[in-house]
Design a protein around this ligand. Structure first.
Ligand code: CA
Length: 190
C-alpha cells in the first residue's frame, strides 16, 4: 500500500491544502516503472524511500516547525519558478515543482510520458551526463551518478575518459606487437 501510494502523493497533498484526503498519485511512478521495466520506488522524488507518509526522517510525522513552514510555501507553488524547498521531497522532486509548477504536474498525470520533454535536456542533477528526464524514463535515480542505463553510462564514461582509453589501447596494441616480434626473434635464435 505504501509503495503504491507514495509516488508523487505530495503533489496531491499540496493541492488539497484544506483537505486530509491523501489520495494516491501513482501515475508517474507507475509509468516510469512500466516504461523502464525497472523497480522504481519513492526515493526517486521523495526524501524518504517509503514516501511522505510515516514517522521516519523526511516523512510527514517528523516535520519540525521550520519544515512545516517550508511545506506551506511549497503548497503555494502552483506556477513554475517557485523555489519551494519542500522537506518531504528530494532535490529532484523539488526541481520538478520548480520547473513545472503544481498545476502542470497535476495535468500531466494523464500522460507522464510528457515529463521528460517538460524538464528539458539541461537538468542533470547528478552530473552523470544523462538528463533527469531520461533517468525518469529509464527508471534510474536522477540524484545518483552510479545509477543509469548501463550503455548510457558506458558512453558517458567513454566520452569523459577517452584520452585514458586511447592510451590504454595504444599500450595494449604496442605491447602485443612487441610480444609477437619477441616470439618471432626467439624462434629464429632457437
Ligand atoms: Ca543524471
Amino acid at each position: 500500500m505504501k509503495k503504491a501510494s507514495c509516488a508523487f502523493i505530495l503533489f496531491l497533498l499540496l493541492a488539497m491544502t484544506s483537505s486530509n484526503n491523501a489520495n494516491a498519485f501513482p501515475e508517474y511512478q507507475a509509468w516510469s516503472q512500466k516504461h523502464s521495466k525497472r523497480t522504481v520506488n519513492c526515493a526517486m522524488c521523495h526524501a524518504h524511500g517509503d514516501g511522505p507518509e510515516g514517522s521516519k526522517p523526511g516523512q510527514m510525522d517528523t516535520l519540525d516547525a521550520d519544515a512545516q513552514k517550508r511545506l506551506e510555501v511549497a503548497r503555494g507553488a502552483e506556477k513554475p519558478g517557485v523555489h519551494a524547498d519542500n522537506p518531504i521531497l528530494n532535490e529532484f522532486g523539488n526541481y520538478i515543482v520548480f520547473k513545472l509548477g503544481l498545476e502542470q504536474v497535476y495535468k500531466m498525470r494523464d500522460d507522464p510520458s510528457q515529463l521528460k520533454q517538460a524538464l528539458g535536456e539541461e537538468s542533470d542533477h547528478d552530473g552523470d551526463g544523462i538528463s533527469d528526464g531520461e533517468e525518469f524514463e529509464d527508471g534510474t535515480h536522477p540524484l545518483n551518478n552510479q545509477s543509469g542505463a548501463p550503455w548510457k553510462l558506458f558512453i558517458q564514461n567513454l566520452q569523459k575518459k577517452w584520452v585514458m582509453v586511447a592510451i590504454i589501447l595504444f599500450i595494449a596494441i604496442t605491447s602485443l606487437f612487441g610480444f609477437k616480434h619477441l616470439l618471432r626473434y626467439s624462434s629464429k635464435v632457437d
